[in-house]
Design a protein around this ligand. Structure first.
Ligand code: CTP
Ligand code: CA
Length: 224
């Protein structure tokens, strides 16, 4: 039986992976975030490193153990992630965006803790920049871009729209409503969507998904 990672088929490749949630500050003590634990992205970073790639991992704050043998860049907000990813993008052969990036952030961030009043309160939000869309618009010749897509309805249709709109090569779709998929689980149920086809994978560990995803990226980029 062949040990995972025994085959160094990513040797010489530079791969950037993003993972985890972002945190968008409201004031010095509060922030807006999501349920991402980074497990899927960390599994991809680890698998790529074991297969010989030179891996940079840009991650939001998580409690998940960090993979070894990768260059780790820890960030908080979507704006931090944008800065870190765009600064490192030009030299990458493959970029895999597993992070759950906030779409909105508070329009203004209080410098003092917000005190409660008797009435209701509202927080005005503004859009963050779409990092993957920026990458699709500034892609280096031959660079491979892979996103992740989380949906609760019309998963395949909505994910394919993202593939086109962001001008990327592949999007890994997962349906939050399926058992054994999504946030915090050790398994995932995904469909790997490319221009040519939808490859539906059965339920498997996030480590196995990571290896299948890297296999698919190598196969698709070989035919490009
Ligand atoms: N993404 C990004 N920057 C953002 C938002 C999303 O790079 N500001 C990336 C994610 O890392 C993921 C992909 O875009 O790889 C799809 O994210 P998703 O949230 O599923 O899609 P959105 O385009 O944000 O659309 P929506 O949330 O409305 O479904
Ligand atoms: Ca989103």
């Amino acid at each position: 039986e062949q040990e995972i990672g025994a085959q160094k088929d990513l040797k010489g490749k530079k791969i950037l992976v993003t993972a985890g949630p972002t945190r968008e500050a409201i004031d010095p003590v509060r922030y807006i975030t999501n349920h991402s634990t980074g497990k899927m992205g960390y599994a991809v970073a680890k698998a790529a490193a074991l297969r010989g790639a030179d891996v940079t991992l840009v991650t939001g704050k998580t409690g998940t153990p960090k993979p070894r043998f990768v260059k780790l860049i820890e960030i908080q907000s979507a704006a931090d992630m944008f800065e870190a990813v765009t600064a490192a993008a030009a030299e990458q052969d493959i970029i895999i965006k597993a992070a759950a990036v906030a779409d909105y952030r508070p329009k203004s961030v209080g410098t003092e803790k917000t005190k409660k009043t008797d009435g209701d309160m509202a927080i005005e939000l503004e859009r963050t920049d779409d990092i993957l869309k920026w990458l699709g618009a500034h892609r280096r010749e031959g660079q491979f871009l892979c996103g992740f897509s989380m949906e609760t309805q019309n998963m395949l249709e909505n994910s394919r729209v993202k593939l086109d709109k962001k001008n990327i090569d592949m999007i890994v779709a997962n349906n939050l409503k399926v058992e054994g998929a999504g946030f915090g689980t050790d398994t995932n149920v995904v469909t790997i969507i490319t221009r040519e086809r939808n490859l539906e994978l059965e339920k498997m560990t996030k480590e196995e998904v990571a290896d299948r995803l890297l296999d698919e990226i190598l196969a698709v980029s070989a035919d490009k």
